[in-house]
Design a protein around this ligand. Structure first.
Ligand code: NAD
Length: 422
């Protein structure tokens, strides 16, 4: 590998007080705002997002920048009483060191921002391996960090394919790997990190579901399903690929969805292989008894919950309709998939809504909204194959990029023994 990871900037960067580091982050957010339309165009050109979605993606990065700049004056630890007299106890967050951020193509600005801002505000330096499908977005974002005054080598860019990612994960100077991508690749990264004893935070795929109950506002539900299933051509980790419908409203909801889906035209997927992959899932499902209700984007019914099309992440505009006779069955179908990113419920029954919040096993739950719509000041991620316990965004993101230091100050002037002296 011809690349060099230069870690010499780390001591000076971590020595800068966090509020000062945060001022640079704030300036990055300001510059992103000034260049929002221009950057959105780079996203559109490079990965094919609509202008509106690309603009919103940059907005997410701006929001992350402002939010994490605020963390520069928080980064709260705890102070707590000691069990012994004249002894003081507190915790502080410290940077882990060198962060490898490895990111997916489908959010080439927002997902890197989720990682880079918290890592930097805490005093880490970042080695970023963006997707091979989005190098121009990566170069544009890095240039904005530099223009905002980020010292050289605090954010280093490594362009290339998976082999560059593998090299970074293995690199002895890298302390923590934050990976966003597919489950298969994430597991390989996790295995390497396990072997090398490195911290590894995974943000992987989803098999997200929207449950529609008989008392729901059906027009609202259809709006949410169409946007969640087919927005960004279904190429979001949060895309809805399963609609779980309460049996009494199965027929009217299905008809409404067919009508709306037929009115859509979905843009190109990231590469021709992605479309072929979608069609393969659909053909296999149809061969196993499913019914194709629309051409493209694709709605399917007569699907059983265990078919691959209803279990695996397809990452394209393919959505299945699964009926549920009662609440227990709906919850079972929702939970019985390998992934656990997003679940949503449409209902007007407050009691059912609260049951859903408790019983749907995913990292994010929406009531009366689709599966897309997370905000940067709340945690993002999910259990099972979707992740490994860490979270992006919000205060939870700080955990990935910091190490707790626990500090005791004994000012008694004598030997005091915890657990022994009473
Ligand atoms: P991908 O796994 O193909 O690639 C992701 C990144 O990892 C790329 O930069 C790639 O070069 C690199 N990479 C691939 N294999 C690697 C390895 N073995 N070691 C190190 N680096 C490696 O994913 P993609 O196609 O770019 O993105 C789509 C996937 O990302 C979907 O599964 C989607 O659900 C997921 N995603 C998840 C989130 C989330 O926050 N949960 C957000 C966006 C996308």
């Amino acid at each position: 590998m011809m690349f060099t990871l230069d870690v010499s900037a780390l001591p000076d960067w971590r020595a800068i007080p966090a509020p000062r580091r945060a001022e640079i982050l704030y300036r990055v957010a300001e510059r992103l705002r000034e260049r929002q339309t221009e950057l959105a165009k780079v996203i559109t050109d490079e990965v094919g997002k609509s202008a509106e979605e690309a603009w919103a993606e940059v907005q997410e990065a701006i929001d992350s920048g402002y939010y994490m700049a605020g963390e520069g004056r928080r980064c709260f630890g705890i102070t707590t009483p000691s069990e012994l007299p004249n002894k003081f106890a507190m915790t502080v967050r410290e940077p882990v060191g060198v962060v490898a951020a490895i990111t997916a193509w489908n959010f080439p600005i927002a997902v890197p921002a989720w990682k880079i801002f918290p890592a930097l505000v805490l005093g880490n330096i970042v080695a970023w391996k963006p997707s091979e499908h989005a190098p121009r977005c990566a170069m544009a974002l890095r240039e904005i960090f530099l223009a905002a005054g980020l010292p050289a080598n605090v954010l280093q860019l490594f362009l290339g394919d998976a082999s560059v990612g593998r090299w970074l994960v293995e690199h002895p100077a890298v302390d923590v790997v934050s990976f966003t991508g597919s489950a298969t690749n994430g597991r390989e990264v996790a295995a390497t990190c396990g072997r090398l004893g490195k911290r590894c935070a995974l943000e992987l795929g989803g098999k997200n579901a929207i449950i529609v109950w008989e008392d729901a506002d059906l027009e609202l539900a259809v709006d949410g399903i169409i946007w969640s299933a087919f927005g960004t051509a279904g190429q979001r980790c949060t895309s809805c690929s399963r609609v779980i419908v309460h049996e009494p409203i199965r027929e009217p909801l299905t008809q409404m969805l067919i009508k709306r889906t037929q009115q859509l035209s979905v843009g190109r997927l990231i590469h021709p292989r992605a479309r072929e992959r979608c069609e393969r899932y659909v053909a296999d499902a149809v061969a196993a008894g499913a019914r194709r209700l629309t051409d493209w984007p694709v709605l399917l019914d007569q699907v059983t919950p265990q078919m691959p099309v209803a279990q695996e992440e397809i990452f394209g505009p393919v959505c299945v309709i699964l009926p549920a006779r009662d609440w227990e069955e709906a919850v079972r179908i929702n939970n019985d998939v390998p992934y656990g990113l997003v679940s949503a419920l449409y209902t007007r029954d407050v009691n059912r809504a609260f049951r859903a919040m408790r019983e749907l096993r995913s990292g994010l739950v929406y009531i009366n909204a689709g599966t897309i719509g997370s905000e940067v000041h709340l945690p993002f991620g999910g259990p099972r194959v979707t992740g490994n316990g860490w979270r992006e965004a919000g205060p939870a993101a700080l955990d990935t990029y910091s190490e707790w230091k626990t500090i005791y100050v004994d000012f008694s002037g004598r030997l005091q023994r915890a657990q022994m002296d009473r």
